[in-house]
Ligand binder design. Structure first.
Ligand code: ADP
Ligand code: MG
Ligand code: MG
Length: 889
């Protein structure tokens, strides 16, 4: 018989797939003796069985729930629905991966007209009992019966006003009773039924609702965003209640064992006295920092601090812990690995090594390379003048500028129009998620560092400021008032999530700098990694950045970018328009010294590391004006000024543009095909490289130029181009009297090249995989057309798992890479191989490159640090089965 239900003491921390993250950790904490309220977990398999049975709870699951319930009742010495001493439970969802705020929890289940009386007598606190009951009705109606909380809040507010109260604590037991009568009326009106009084009926309705919530809109959006598979299902945790709202010796809170924003090793959290459950994260009351608990409840505080230490050591990870204090007694309600910013992730990993909790390899595996992107972005320039509007809590670091918008839909709309927006809300809820995704940053006036906005923004690496109470946000009027200043919809503001500062207008930003911990972690990465990291750079400035970020070579210099310079375009155009070889040679001679100085600059920045230079690749028409625009100009001139010399010139240009026009330029006259037609272009480029090498060699510099012929599909293409380059080298050596080393290789970006790599390797000293073009040619997609037209829907409809231009398609494109490496190395065992597409900076692609035995990856300079980390992770991950992997590659 399949087991669907586990008491907390029957599970453990490794059973996340079955019990969900929350359930597995509740079981683990129970096992290590922490004060966790008793309960049981209904498995994720039960959730799937529920859906298989057409959204109904299978009888086997039902009977196991009832057995577990009676075991819980025995343990607690209380019974669900007992009028004298009732058991109350919470019903909590929990999937394999934590999905904060995505699923709904129900507290105080088991309350009804009878048990509320019992509760009141038992606690000698009828007010507390009725307050709990009305909370339960409200929550249950919202989550299970789908009645908008608005109706309940409205009624509550009316009652408060009628009685002349300012806040809930003034409400008496009798007042709550009245409210409950009203609440029941709302239920009757909306469901045509009475509020369910039978606790078991309540329980199963709630279980159903949790299962259903697996497929609510916000859960689906969250899963898609975080690539969590839909088939996992959610577990349900049924747990006996503890009460943080029993008076001033009770409370509830959340804490991180280290600061999730900076990583500082200091307990970091918030709590509220006399409050229950979600009150802390809901942002309704602004909570107190955890450190003040030391004064308010010294005993509890010490016990909590000890528990935090114990949990962190147990999991060897920073923990995010929920706790409740009931009449001076501490209970732990949840623990999980805390979400953190990149900055915090690095600091925590490094400090945990220093504290002897984990080793270096573990530390390297702890930081998500994707997340590092956050740290490599620009920050606000401190030196710049700014108009400070207000200061809130620095909830998620980074700076952002954008137009103020007041709701999630607007944020989405404007951002779709290409505008940058800051989403401003009193507080956010999971329904705002699409707006948060669309916004550059988030700003709220309520809620603390653990409020919804803060947690979600940190997860996404977006700037966020919370709890800025100085802002009076009027969502309806779409304006913010700060003292006497008014900011309206569409105004530009800048927020700094690292300091909490909100500023008027746009503030200039500065380049990022790597922290000491970051440098240290990367140094460890360099010790581990067995695949090197280069950068793609087209000019000395980028090369310097690459060097600073730790690149040990340039994997791709795109020489055409040097042609695009405004001063050079006319010469390039003249070269293209040349009717005769001699005319073309003239323009090329003008270009040569310019290219040479570019190369010298790059070589100098790279201080002897290899530099891979690709000869001209794009079709020539890219250097000429747009055909349609030119046609308009010519037509205008024909009408207005038919005899002007300008017209003649333009007509000639148009003629050439038409000649060069191609039906499908991506597959047209480009790459080595140009080199074959106009060998003088490649000759000039090769000479420029060699002159640069010869010149710098004077200063004793050892330069390793790698000359790359693009778009080869047949070995004969490479053979001829190789000859052109070698001739140029010989010529320069003779002319300058200097000897130098160089290698000649090719980019593998045409499937035929990969398939005949053994032949191609005869002529190549290295292969560099141009995985952007290789993806285009393998899929038969033109990237711009694909991304603009159908790729998005392909991904949404799951025709493709990912965008193959962002994440290397290992099964298809990857197979060609593997084939080429294998074939190439049968011809030349030491053949150097690398990848220079954007994939070179993406972690799963880097993992693939390592497994395939490539010598290096190359990516944009800003991604070099994350590539270094990803390269180390790949090496560590596959260390044990490295040989085996290599032989299958
Ligand atoms: P989420 O996944 O959204 O954090 P939880 O299931 O953790 O949802 O619960 C929401 C809130 O209710 C949390 O603050 C939690 O500590 C509190 N809570 C859950 N179960 C209990 C319980 N048995 N007794 C007291 N508080 C509870
Ligand atoms: Mg929780
Ligand atoms: Mg290419």
């Amino acid at each position: 018989m399949e087991k669907f239900v586990y008491l907390f003491n029957e599970g453990n921390g490794t059973m996340k797939e079955t019990l969900g993250g929350k359930g597995a950790n509740l079981a683990e904490m129970t096992n290590i003796g922490l004060p966790v309220p008793h309960g049981f977990t209904i498995s994720t398999q039960a959730c799937n069985a529920y859906y298989e049975a057409g959204k109904s709870i299978p009888s086997l699951v039902e009977s196991q729930v009832l057995v577990a319930l009676s075991r819980l009742e025995e343990k607690m010495g209380k019974k669900l629905g007992d009028p004298v001493d009732p058991l109350l439970v919470s019903v909590r969802s929990g999937s394999v991966f934590s999905m904060p705020g995505m699923m709904d929890t129900i507290l105080n289940l088991g309350m009804n007209d009878e048990t509320v009386e019992g509760m009141g007598k038992l606690t000698s606190n009828p007010r507390f009992a009725y307050d709990s009951y009305r909370r339960f009705i409200q929550m249950f109606c919202n989550v299970v019966l789908d009645i908008n909380v608005y109706y309940f809040e409205q009624l509550l507010e009316e009652t408060r006003e009628q009685k002349g109260y300012n806040s809930d604590p003034e409400m008496t037991a009798e007042d709550w009773k009245e409210v409950i009568v009203g609440y029941k009326g709302i239920v009757k009106k909306h469901t045509r039924k009475d509020f369910p009084q039978d606790p078991k009926e309540q329980l199963f309705l709630a279980i159903n609702a949790v299962f259903d919530s697996w497929n609510n809109q916000r859960a689906i959006v969250y899963r898609r965003l975080n690539k969590i598979p839909d088939h996992l299902g959610t577990a349900v945790n049924i747990q006996s209640m503890v009460f943080g709202n029993m008076g001033n010796d009770s409370g509830t809170g959340v804490a991180f064992t280290r600061n999730p924003s900076t990583g500082e090793h200091k307990l970091y959290g918030e709590y509220l006295i006399n409050a229950q459950g979600e009150d802390v994260v809901a942002g309704i009351r602004t909570p107190q920092p955890i450190q003040t608990l030391k004064d308010e409840m010294p005993g509890v505080y010490q016990q909590f601090v000890d528990t935090c230490k114990q949990l962190e050591l147990h999991y060897q990870e920073m923990q995010d812990i929920e706790f409740t204090v009931e009449k001076g007694k501490l209970f732990i309600l949840q623990t999980r690995n805390g979400k953190r910013t990149a900055q915090a992730a690095i600091r925590i990993a490094v400090e945990m090594v220093e504290e002897g909790i984990i080793d270096k390899q573990n530390a390297l595996l702890r930081v998500d390379p994707e997340q590092l992107d956050q740290l490599l972005h620009r920050r606000i320039d401190d030196k710049h003048q700014r108009v400070l509007l207000a200061k809130g809590l620095p909830a998620s670091p980074g700076a952002a500028t954008g137009q103020v918008v007041f709701d999630a839909d607007e944020a989405e709309q404007l951002s779709a129009e290409g505008k940058k927006v800051i989403l401003v809300r009193p507080e956010t809820t999971p329904d705002d998620i699409h707006g948060i995704v669309a916004a550059q940053g988030i700003l709220t006036s309520r809620g603390g560092m653990t409020s919804h906005a803060a947690v979600v923004a940190r997860g996404m690496g977006k700037a966020c400021i919370c709890g800025c109470e100085a802002l009076k946000i009027d969502v309806k009027a779409k304006q913010i008032t700060v003292e006497d200043q008014v900011i309206v919809y569409g105004d530009l503001i800048t927020i700094d999530g690292s300091t909490g500062e909100i500023m008027l207008g746009e503030i200039p930003m500065i380049e990022p700098k790597l922290s000491d911990e970051f440098q240290l972690l990367l140094a460890w990465a360099d010790q581990e990694k067995k695949i090197s990291v280069r950068a793609n750079a087209d000019n000395p400035v980028d090369a310097r950045k690459a060097f600073e970020f730790g690149a040990t070579g340039i994997g791709l210099v795109r020489t055409e970018h040097m042609f695009m310079d405004a001063a050079r375009v006319p010469i390039v155009q003249k070269m293209i328009l040349a009717e005769h070889y001699s005319e073309r040679k003239e323009s090329l001679a003008q270009l040569l010294p310019m290219q040479q100085s570019d190369f010298e600059g790059i070589f100098e920045e790279m201080k002897g590391y290899p530099v891979n230079i690709r000869l001209l690749d794009p079709p020539l028409h890219e250097f000429l004006p747009n055909k349609d625009e030119l046609l308009v100009e010519v037509t205008k001139l024909q009408i207005q000024n038919p005899t002007s010399p300008e017209l003649q010139e333009k007509e000639l240009l148009l003629k050439k543009v038409r000649q060069l026009h191609e039906i499908n330029p991506m597959l047209g006259h480009r790459g080595c095909r140009l080199g074959l037609t106009y060998p003088e272009i490649y000759e000039m480029q090769a000479k420029a490289i060699f002159y640069a090498v010869a010149t710098l060699a004077d200063n004793g510099a050892e330069i390793q130029p790698e000359i790359m012929i693009p778009l080869v599909g047949h070995v004969n293409e490479l053979k001829r181009m190789r000859q052109v380059v070698t001739d140029a080298a010989v010529a320069v050596q003779e002319e300058t009297g200097k000897q130098f080393q160089y290698t000649i290789g090719t980019m593998i970006e045409i499937p035929r090249a990969a398939l005949t790599a053994d032949q191609i390797a005869e002529e190549a000293d290295f292969f560099s995989f141009g995985t952007n073009d290789l993806t285009q040619t393998t899929f038969g997609y033109s990237r711009d057309d694909a991304e603009g037209k159908f790729l998005q829907s392909y991904i949404e409809e799951k025709v493709l798992p990912e965008n193959p231009f962002a994440v290397l398609d290992q099964n298809g494109v990857g197979k060609l890479v593997e084939t080429a490496v294998k074939l190439g190395r049968t011809t030349k065992p030491g053949l150097k191989t690398g990848i220079c597409g954007e994939h070179g900076g993406e972690k799963s692609s880097i993992d693939f490159c390592y497994r395939t035995g490539l010598d290096y990856v190359s990516c944009s300079p800003y991604r070099v640090p994350l590539a270094r980390l990803a390269a180390a992770q790949a090496t560590i991950r596959h260390q044990s089965n490295k040989n085996e992997v290599f032989t299958t590659a």
